[in-house]
Design a protein around this ligand. Structure first.
Ligand code: ATP
Ligand code: MG
Length: 594
């Protein structure tokens, strides 16, 4: 995992604006929530400014002028301001977190549905682990950046602005004098936080190198001990570990520097405000209470500033995660056919016309000049040695990979003119590793399609002969099936996927015959079921058993991506070619050796 992270670093990083732009389509779905969240920030900022102001008012008008009414007013006002501040704080926390969570929920949802529609080529290029990381880690980091980083920086900026405005309102001269040194300190603090950011990024990398080194070593511990590499690895480990330690120490130093710089800034501004404010007060241009209020504002200045700088840097580091999420969202899904709509017929006619295919430009051709017409209802057995292109041929028919245009036809239409769903409805697949989901027997036959009735499911199970097995083992439609069908035998898994075909009744069937060993009773059941589901249905069977192959109307022998020979079992035997040799030798009743 950590290795993935390393190589998964994206080069260029997006800016916050790009990130906000990316999030906007999701955020705008809750305009009211967004509006009230922003309003609550204003509430927080303004209510917090009332407190110093009211203290100043109480001093100037209540205490100095001995005006009890003004004092009452200030005291009550202070209490109300405090209470509303707390209420606004609550609203702000609650509303923004709610907003952020909704937003992330949409992002995750969109990401998942988008990912599921990506073409197979994407999954071939990208390890599943990495896709999972994007869906889980990266989205949650994106969430943190948003709820923890962006919102905080935005809020504290508003607070900071409200402080500056309050100071200017009291005395712009005093405000100007106080803030004159601010740029220098802010620049200094920025430099420090920038350094911290770089160190933290570095330390993450160092830690992941360290982790993967440890993981690698422990998983290969046998080899390490066998080859007596323990001492050497120890030295390497110590080197990596001390690298990591040094980076951490560096970050501690910078953090330690940040606080004094901020405190110094605070001291300087306060001194200036006190001294110059005192002068102004002496010549009567500012009241004592107003000066006290001013000093209180100045004191409040440091916290949001520090918060902004730190959070800003923190989420700079996490922007790469955000970028990866947006990159995945931008990954192109397969284009929908635009030019020619197919004339939908339910025939089940499949044709390959002069099909040549390679997985990538730079790779060799995997299929060459394939010409094959499968009439409706006909069954074709594909045989050939491993790597001869059998799976590739059927994958192309299912459009797992984009085939070259006008080479593969279903019911007379090029397959690229179908919508993916239209095509998938026509073609049913039974694979070697039958995909069994966690759920019940029922949900594994109807795949969640409620329109398929229980009677239909039972009939399908009966037809493939599984119902008897079910009853015998005391199970029914509601019996649970574990993930990947671990509580079913491999034969049972195969039978369930056969029942699926009978329940859905696709016009075309693709069957990748299992080579796994099964007991003779299940073997017999599977043979019968195979016969049943291929009956009157265009079938393309990647066959390994001679018994299956014999039953097919036509046998196509693939060799190095080309059709080597084809015909019925008898024709091929009479021809005395490759197929005949092997069939006669009856190599263990399987043709994988071909
Ligand atoms: P088997 O009997 O072992 O299942 P097969 O006849 O189904 O073999 P294919 O899987 O079609 O063989 O593979 C044909 C060739 O294409 C092989 O040389 C294989 O290495 C290559 N190949 C298969 N899948 C890919 C892929 N996704 N990307 C690149 N090359 C591939
Ligand atoms: Mg294969």
């Amino acid at each position: 995992m950590s290795q993935f992270m390393n190589e998964d670093q994206v080069k260029s990083s997006i800016t916050i604006w790009q990130m906000l732009k990316g999030l906007w389509p999701f955020g705008r779905r809750h305009p009211a929530l967004l509006f009230f969240s922003v309003m609550s920030i204003l509430g927080v900022a303004i209510s917090s400014r009332f407190m110093p102001t009211l203290v100043g008012y109480a001093i100037d008008h209540g205490i100095r002028e001995k005006n009890l009414e003004a004092l009452h007013l200030a005291a009550w006002g202070f209490l109300i301001a405090e209470i509303s501040h707390v209420v606004f704080l609550f609203l702000y926390q609650y509303l923004f977190q709610k907003f952020g969570n909704r937003l992330l929920y949409y992002v995750r949802e969109e990401l998942l549905s988008h990912t599921q529609n990506l073409p197979m080529t994407y999954f071939n290029k990208t390890p599943v682990g990495r896709v999972v990381t994007r869906l889980t880690n990266d989205t949650s980091t994106l969430g943190e950046v948003f709820t923890d980083g962006i919102i905080n920086v935005f809020t504290e900026t508003i607070v900071l602005l409200s402080i500056v405005v309050s100071m200017v309102l009291i005395s712009w001269k005093l405000a100007l004098a106080t803030m004159i040194l601010a740029p220098i300190f802010i620049w200094g603090a920025y430099q420090i936080t920038e350094k911290i950011r770089i160190i933290l990024r570095d330390s993450k990398k160092k830690l992941s190198t360290l982790n993967s080194y440890v993981a690698e070593n422990l998983s290969g511990i046998k080899v390490v001990q066998l080859f007596n590499r323990v001492p050497r690895n120890q030295i390497k480990f110590e080197k990596l570990s001390s690298d990591y330690k040094n980076v951490l120490l560096e970050s501690i130093r910078s953090y330690a520097l940040l606080q004094p710089v901020m405190n110094l800034f605070n001291a300087v501004t306060l001194t200036v405000a006190l001294y110059y404010g005192g002068l102004l007060s002496n010549d009567g241009s500012i009241a004592i209470g107003a000066l006290v209020a001013f000093l209180m504002h100045v004191q409040d200045f440091i916290h949001p500033l520090r918060e902004i700088l730190e959070k800003y840097q923190q989420f700079q580091n996490s922007l790469t995660s955000a970028e990866r999420v947006f990159q995945l969202l931008e990954e192109k899904t397969e284009p929908n056919p635009v030019n020619r709509r197919p004339i939908l017929k339910d025939l089940g006619l499949v044709e390959f016309r002069n099909l040549t295919f390679k997985y990538e430009e730079t790779l060799p051709e995997v299929l060459k000049n394939i010409n094959l017409k499968i009439e409706p209802g006909m069954s074709v057995a594909l045989v050939g040695r491993t790597g001869s292109g059998k799976t590739t041929l059927v994958s192309l028919l299912q459009r797992f990979y984009m085939p070259p245009a006008n080479k593969i036809f279903v019911d007379g239409n090029p397959i690229e003119s179908f919508l993916k769903g239209e095509l998938r409805r026509k073609i049913g697949v039974v694979q070697q590793d039958n995909f069994i989901f966690r759920g019940t027997i029922r949900s594994n036959v109807n795949l969640g399609d409620q329109s398929i009735s229980d009677e239909k499911i039972v009939r399908a199970l009966e037809q493939v002969g599984f119902n008897r097995l079910l009853i015998r083992s005391g199970r029914n439609l509601d019996s649970t099936v574990e993930e990947k069908g671990t509580n079913l035998s491999s034969g049972e898994r195969q039978l369930i996927s056969f029942a699926r075909i009978l329940a859905f009744q696709p016009e075309i069937l693709i069957l990748d015959e299992a080579t796994a060993n099964i007991d003779s009773e299940t073997e017999r059941l599977i043979q019968q079921a195979t016969k049943l589901i291929t009956q009157d249905r265009t079938s393309l069977i990647i066959a390994h058993r001679l018994s299956t192959i014999r039953e097919c109307d036509k046998i196509v022998v693939l060799k190095n991506g080309e059709i080597h020979e084809s015909g019925s079992h008898q024709e091929l035997i009479d021809r005395g070619g490759l197929y005949a040799q092997l069939a006669e030798a009856g190599v263990n009743e399987t043709l994988t050796e071909l």
